[in-house]
Design a binder for this molecule. Structure first.
Ligand SMILES: NC(=O)c1ccc[n+]([C@@H]2O[C@H](COP(=O)([O-])OP(=O)(O)OC[C@H]3O[C@@H](n4cnc5c(N)ncnc54)[C@H](O)[C@@H]3O)[C@@H](O)[C@H]2O)c1
Length: 359
């Protein structure tokens, strides 16, 4: 274990703005990238928060991440949009892609957005939240172009990424239901965070470089590499395959198969389907039924060892409420990596440190 800094939100925001400026980003991009990463920390997903900045810095310095890029449209066929992210910050590209899809789904009732060549899209739930805020149902199948890190069910080595799946359902007057997870047992970033904290991961998440079960997070972080396992055995594997076939082969025109492992950039392909529930069904009827079902499920008595039933999206909102007030915990190793990244980007690390931690 090592020390953890508890950084007040305004200080963390100011400090991360300093770091992201090191990419040469416009003021809007700085706000989008820092804001999205901090939001991942606030919602409890440290794996996709500010701890990604060192990786982004390496990717940028290798030329694999292009600051100030924007989405370009490769195909506009009404309810079908094919977009190129031009290797821009996923925090910007994802928002732009969703804005285009939302506009189209509002007009036509639905839109399929095929996004390729985006740099890391971060927490995919952010894109379902954007759609839900516009009143749209959405689902997102995402592949990852990076070093392979997850083994297929029955296989002994890594063949694809942590391919997240996400779906969101808006509910008038209530927060949306946002289901958002990696198809691996745990997100890759969580093994990095565990290694940085000196912790072991749970049983059943990892295999070592010989395909044997292990709890050592290092087997997905430093060589020799093992692999993460998919959640739910063959079922999670099947969903991961769909993320690769839809987010990768169909949306991005590129699967993880031939990814160059020496590259630090992380590209995502995303196949998103947006639907306006009011165009498909009676909105009040749909929402009434959905809310009644949620209440019915939530009324299940707590099982031993549980506090009761949670609905997807609730853990993130609880984290956000708490961390917004208490501050964001950042372990000392991750913090030092961020300071080192700042230095690589030509940013005064001492100023970042002072802004975040005072003194
Ligand atoms: N961009 C990428 O390449 C990439 C790759 C993998 C993962 N990710 C992101 O990583 C993040 C973390 O993924 P993860 O797999 O660690 O998430 P996770 O295992 O924490 O699961 C999160 C999901 O489960 C729900 N949930 C959590 N506890 C629950 C409970 N007790 N009852 C009911 N629902 C519950 C949450 O609301 C959320 O929808 C996600 O935001 C994902 O999009 C991104």
């Amino acid at each position: 274990m090592n020390d953890t800094h508890l950084i007040p939100l305004p200080r963390l925001q100011a400090a991360m703005h300093l770091v992201v400026r090191g990419f040469g980003s416009s003021a809007d991009e700085v706000a989008a990238v820092a804001g999205n990463l901090i939001e991942a920390n606030l919602t409890g997903h440290d794996s996709h928060g500010i701890g990604m900045l060192p990786r982004y810095a390496d990717a940028f310095l290798q030329g694999g991440l292009q600051p100030n890029a924007a989405v370009s449209t490769e195909l506009d066929a009404g309810a079908l949009l094919r977009l190129n992210g031009n290797r821009g910050f996923g925090q910007v590209i994802g928002a732009q892609a969703m804005a285009l899809g939302i506009e189209r789904a509002k007009a036509l009732g639905t839109c399929v957005v095929a996004l390729g060549n985006s740099h890391h899209l971060g927490r995919i739930g952010a894109w379902a939240e954007q759609a839900a805020a516009a009143g749209l149902v959405s689902m997102h199948f995402v592949n990852v172009i990076s070093r392979g890190i997850v083994a297929p069910f029955g296989g002994a080595d890594a063949r694809f990424g942590t391919n997240p799946f996400c779906a969101g359902v808006p509910l008038t007057g209530r927060p949306p239901v946002i289901l958002d997870f990696a198809t691996s047992m745990i997100a890759q970033g969580k093994t990095r965070v565990a290694m940085n904290k000196g912790e072991l991961v749970d049983d059943g998440c990892l295999i070592d470089d010989h395909g044997r079960p292990t709890r050592e997070p290092r087997f997905t972080v430093v060589p020799p590499f093992g692999a993460l396992l998919t959640f739910g055995g063959h079922k999670g594997f099947g969903l991961a395959m769909m993320c690769e076939l839809l987010g990768g082969a169909l949306a991005a025109g590129m699967t993880q198969r031939d990814a160059d492992a020496s590259q630090r950039r992380v590209l995502n392909g995303m196949f998103s389907v947006l639907v306006d529930p009011a165009a498909l069904a009676d909105r009040a009827g749909f929402e009434g039924e959905a809310l009644a079902f949620i209440d019915w499920v939530r009324a299940s008595p707590p099982r031993e060892g549980f506090d009761g039933v949670l609905i997807a999206g609730e853990p993130e909102r609880a984290h956000r409420a708490r961390r917004t007030v208490e501050g964001v915990p950042v372990d000392a190793t991750t913090w030092q990596e961020i300071l080192d990244a700042a230095t690589k980007l030509g940013v005064d690390a001492a100023a970042v440190q002072a802004t975040a931690l005072g003194g």
